[in-house]
Design a protein around this ligand. Structure first.
Ligand code: HEC
Ligand code: HEC
Ligand code: HEC
Length: 318
């Protein structure tokens, strides 16, 4: 009996909410959400909840709470801040109408890609845990000392301690080990294309890559020394609701240090030249190694002026 009343209540509440909202409009507005919650409402990363098939009244309540601050989350607060009540109702109608994760998995049982699982943090002195971004989500240990002995060839371009002195070469110091290992594997597989790096990684084993990633991850990042930029600052912190650009802060953090567990890279201490090249490459698709198109979906909406401004701002992050 209790069960019947409960399901009746759920059915009624979802019917009334659907009537007030437009799932198609919600679909249009969900572009910025798909970066984290997945284009079909099923997230590729264990950091982000699935929304597909969720009760719409629940979704609306969560979005209101993120907006009011009653529920706090650094990523969702800037997302919800720009949403009107109508936006929230439309988005809820859209996500609740999608088949849930089990239904989607059953429909496409060949396409169940699980992303990296979060690990317990704290890279110790000796080894660094590296979660592979492959479906197996295996955890490796990279050995810092072994990595150091393999960096001779890298130092010419990336600096002995991973702080590059030449603008076209990125700094690696203090970067997330997961991210570094993924980039090396991507250069090797051709998933990320660069003629110089392709040559560098060709002879590396998976163990070499994990050791190198472990070494560079525990080096100290140099703070940015560039000048700030007002328009870039605004875009970085708030995104651009009108253009559907997610705020960079949501994933790269207040000081640009990223989120190691999620594989979101640090972008602090990089040269403006390097930052501009990467944003332009994500925009034109020539860099396409970001899982789920997470950066391409954002970069495609950036104008040249946006790229100039935001990359200038990033060089000022400490
Ligand atoms: C940068 C990543 C990111 C983006 C983009 C994003 N979210 Fe989220 N979302 C999260 C995270 C992380 C959580 C979990 C927050 C927590 O731990 O409390 C979350 C939680 C939620 C929840 C609560 C789910 C639950 O089960 O409690 C809803 C609803 C939601 N997001 C909707 C949206 C909508 C709608 C958009 C687009 C307008 C969006 N999100 C964009 C990261 C993101
Ligand atoms: C001859 C110069 C050169 C050498 C030597 C070199 N690299 Fe690179 N590396 C580059 C360039 C250029 C890029 C940027 C490619 C691009 O624009 O996408 C890069 C990018 C990278 C990246 C991606 C960084 C990011 O922020 O995404 C990693 C990781 C990396 N290199 C590691 C290494 C390692 C490890 C070695 C030594 C085994 C090495 N590199 C040797 C020139 C070099
Ligand atoms: C939803 C999360 C998310 C948001 C929001 C986001 N990024 Fe990213 N960004 C990523 C991920 C993930 C990668 C790494 C992709 C990969 O695996 O190569 C990345 C990579 C980058 C890189 C390349 C780093 C390197 O070392 O090569 C730059 C630069 C960058 N982002 C800048 C930005 C800027 C500027 C914004 C805001 C306009 C932004 N990002 C918003 C997730 C995000």
């Amino acid at each position: 009996m209790k069960k019947i009343i409960f399901s009746l209540f759920v059915a009624l509440s979802s019917v009334s909410a659907v009537q007030a909202a437009d799932a198609n409009a919600g679909k249009e507005k969900s572009g910025a959400c798909s970066a984290c919650h997945g284009p079909s409402g099923v997230s590729a990363s264990p950091m982000f909840p699935n929304l597909a098939g969720q009760n719409d009244a629940y979704i609306i309540k969560q979005l209101k709470d993120f907006k009011s601050g009653a529920r706090t989350d650094a990523m969702m607060a800037p997302m919800a801040a720009n949403l009107s009540d109508e936006d929230m109702a439309d988005l809820a109608a859209h996500f609740s109408s999608l088949p849930n994760v089990n239904e989607q998995a059953a429909a496409a049982s060949s396409d169940t890609s699980a992303d990296a699982a979060p690990t317990s943090a704290a890279p110790a002195a000796g080894t660094v845990e590296i979660v592979s971004s492959t479906p197996a989500a295996a955890i490796y240990k990279g050995n810092v000392a072994a990595g150091k002995s393999k960096t001779m060839v890298c130092a010419t371009c990336h600096g002995a301690d991973g702080n590059s002195l030449i603008p076209m070469y990125p700094s690696l110091a203090g970067q997330s080990a997961n991210y570094l290992a993924k980039q090396l594997a991507d250069f090797k597989s051709g998933n990320r294309k660069d003629p110089v790096m392709a040559g560098m990684v060709a002879g590396l084993t998976q163990e070499d890559m994990h050791d190198l990633a472990a070494f560079f991850a525990v080096q100290t990042t140099k703070a940015g020394t560039g000048e700030s930029n007002e328009a870039g600052h605004k875009l970085y912190l708030g995104g651009d609701a009108a253009k559907g650009i997610t705020a960079c802060i949501a994933c790269h953090g207040v000081t640009g240090k990223g989120m190691k567990q999620a594989g979101f890279p640090s972008i602090t201490g990089q040269s403006q030249d390097y930052l501009k090249k990467q944003l332009a490459s994500f925009r034109d698709g020539s860099r396409g190694n970001d899982n789920n198109g997470i950066m391409r979906n954002i970069a495609i909406k950036l104008s040249d002026a946006d790229i100039e401004a935001v990359s200038q701002y990033i060089t000022s992050l400490k």
